[in-house]
Design a binder for this molecule. Structure first.
Ligand code: UFG
Length: 321
């Protein structure tokens, strides 16, 4: 049985991927310092409460039993916070990743799947976005992901480390069986904030209705977190079969506007969503949609749960558990 080490496995995407790995017959060990993740999201016997900056402890986890590949989620994810506290982001996301790579080298682990982001493209000049667009991050968060993509390329060249960087678009939804779901504090993502507005009656603020899009609001490529998790299984299989290092976008190729998401939430929940329209949020591109043809063609990945109503329905089931 192949053993996979998942960093950040107590977080949103990490906990879903851990479940998919177990369902697919892998053995999984999770490393998480629980600074943002949730203890309840991981089976206690699989959890090692370790900070990724602690290289010797990471080596020890990798030496408990041989690890075939690492999936590296552990990172801070909030664009706004990264602009207020860049040091925190460079330390955790960049120094932490380098500590992990050092530990992998020491333990002889040669395969890694890395959580990257559409934020590496900034304001894209071509939509749907192909992986070949140059890096142009607009935030410290995006820059930390660019930096590690580059570090991975250099480790590949110098040490033969093989990596797959998955650039996520808008992860959303929850495990259809509600075994885990989205639970950020503070929450900044659109769909859970719309649920909160329904629950509290306090209107959600929607950022900008004067974009050059058909209804004036921003368009995003919402990808169900279980489909995203399955892309990681595909990436691990690719590496274990000897595939070369790659970058793949993970999105559906379909975009929905903020207004369409609000309508979907109202439809699925069966209640109106209290909201007001505010100004644009700084740094938001009008349109972010993935060209995911490489992932589909080369890894055979097909999204199964990413219809907008399915995303909202699973997210609501978890939110309202
Ligand atoms: N939005 C609102 N009101 C809110 C929150 C969001 O109108 O209170 C809008 C945003 O302006 C955007 C859309 O809803 O148009 C989606 O916003 P999210 O904050 O849910 O997601 P983002 O597209 O900003 O960010 C996501 C990830 C980031 C990642 C980025 C990559 O959360 O980590 O995609 O493009 F960097």
């Amino acid at each position: 049985m192949k053993r996979i080490l998942v960093t950040g496995g107590a977080g949103y995407i990490g906990s879903h991927t851990t479940l998919e790995l177990l369902d697919a017959g892998y053995d999984v060990v999770v490393v998480d310092n629980l600074s943002r993740g949730h203890r309840s999201a991981v089976e206690p016997a699989r959890l090692r409460e370790v900070d990724i900056l602690d290289t010797p402890s990471l080596v020890r986890v990798m030496q408990e039993k041989p690890v075939d590949a690492v999936i590296h989620f552990a990172a801070y994810i909030a664009v706004g916070e990264s602009m207020q506290n860049p040091g925190l982001y460079f330390r955790n996301n960049v120094s932490g990743s380098i500590s992990l790579l050092t530990a992998m080298q020491e333990a002889g682990v040669r395969n890694i799947v890395f959580s990257s982001t559409a934020a590496v493209y900034g304001m894209p000049t071509v939509v749907p976005i192909p992986e070949t667009l140059p890096y142009a991050p607009l935030s410290v968060y995006g820059e930390t992901k660019v930096m590690i993509e580059k570090v991975l390329a250099w480790f590949g060249q110098t040490h033969g480390l093989r990596s797959v960087c998955l650039r996520y678009f808008n992860a959303s939804g929850a495990d259809p069986a509600a075994r885990t779901g989205e639970d950020h504090e503070p929450e900044t993502h659109l769909i859970p904030l719309l649920f909160r507005a329904i629950e509290t009656g306090k209107p959600a603020t929607l950022f900008g209705q004067d974009y050059p899009t058909p209804d004036g609001s921003c368009i995003r490529d919402y990808i169900h977190v279980s489909d995203l998790a399955r892309a990681h299984i595909g990436a691990v299989e690719w590496l274990l079969k000897g595939g070369e290092s790659r970058h793949f976008n993970v999105g559906t190729g379909a975009g929905y506007s903020v207004r369409e998401v609000v309508d979907a939430v109202a439809r699925v929940v069966g209640k109106p969503v209290p909201h007001t329209w505010g100004p644009r949020r700084e740094g938001d591109p009008a349109l972010l949609v993935a060209d995911s043809s490489s992932l589909r063609n080369e890894l055979g990945w097909v999204p199964q749960d990413s219809a907008l109503d399915r995303i909202v329905e699973t997210a609501w089931r978890w939110y309202h558990r």
